[in-house]
Write a protein that binds this ligand. Structure first.
Ligand code: GLN
Length: 298
């Protein structure tokens, strides 16, 4: 069968199960099977697939029709223009999370340019120490390591399998020398180290909302990466009061939050942090909360 008819067939199967992005998904899966770009597909409609290619495509379409997320089938997701391997042990990196990473990169750049000649911890000559709690695929830690000069990151996760994936991603993106991966339940295995920045995109879905998530998320993504307890705030409650002990003077704490959690998270942070800011994502939802442990530094 040629590319045109193969795509048409795949699309029809996906449409029959009410997949809203049937044509996109069929293209993504076929370009994955043929290891080519989507442009190649449309410009080579009469290319004849081998039997193996046809079988592989049929298998992938079947998985997609069952609701398996596209990224778990192809095993990859782009984030901050970098390539990440993903599997069901890790949450698929989300576009919203780029806001958290960009906020930190901007913060570091601004501080480094205004503090060029000072002895500040953010002076470019000093290594910036960052802790990423619950790194999952490693997307946050790896992007920070990639885009921030002279930094060293400790990335933790409670899941060994997730850390294995994150380690692989770090080496694929050439930043394995800038990150230490540590199995840890929050701060448990961090010892007495202190950081300039603590960042986390913790699980933040409230219990009552877990059931209402899309079945693609609920049935395939790791529950431990989503479940934030009764009201979704368990991890913020656990991290915030401890964070000051792991931050250097002038250090900052930055979180991704659920769209309706800004008020609660700010409230929790106010006791320990100052100059707290809320940053919205591209859909205008509150998405990031950031605060410093001493007011003149942020
Ligand atoms: N830090 C990872 C991410 O942002 C994992 C987050 C999580 O598992 N809650 O994708």
């Amino acid at each position: 069968m040629d590319i045109k008819s193969t795509l048409k067939k795949g699309e029809a199967i996906l449409r029959a199960v009410n997949n809203k992005s049937a044509s996109n998904d069929a293209r993504v899966l076929l370009s994955h099977v043929l290891n080519c770009s989507q442009t190649f597909l449309i410009s080579h409609y009469d290319y004849q697939l081998s039997k193996d290619e046809e079988a592989k495509f049929a298998e992938f379409i079947e998985l997609r029709a069952k609701g398996v997320p596209l990224q778990y089938i192809t095993g990859k997701q782009e984030f901050m223009s970098l390539h990440f391997k993903v599997n069901p042990h890790v949450l698929i990196p989300r576009q919203e999370t780029e806001i958290l990473v960009e906020t930190i990169i901007d913060y570091v750049r601004n501080r480094r340019s205004t503090l060029k000649n000072s002895k500040s911890i953010l002076n470019k000559k000093n290594t910036l120490n960052i802790l990423d709690i619950g790194t999952g695929s490693g997307c946050i830690a790896i992007s920070l390591a990639y885009y921030i000069q002279n930094c060293f990151i400790i990335a933790t996760d409670i899941s060994k399998d997730a850390l294995e994936t994150a380690r692989l991603n770090a080496s694929l993106n050439g930043v394995d020398g800038k990150i230490d991966f540590v199995v840890s339940d929050l701060f448990e295995n961090i010892g007495s180290k202190k950081f300039d920045i603590i960042v986390s995109n913790p699980p933040y879905i409230a219990k009552k909302d877990l059931e209402r998530l899309d079945s693609e998320v609920k049935d395939y993504e790791p529950a431990t990466a989503l479940d934030g307890g009764e009201d979704g705030l368990d991890f913020y409650r656990a991290i915030i009061p401890k964070a000051p002990f792991y931050l250097k003077e002038g250090g900052i704490l930055a979180f991704e939050i659920g769209y309706n959690q800004a008020r609660d998270v700010v409230c929790l942070m106010e006791k320990f942090f100052s100059d707290i800011r809320i940053i919205k994502d591209l859909d205008k939802n509150d998405r990031v909360v950031i605060g410093g442990i001493s007011s003149e530094r942020i």
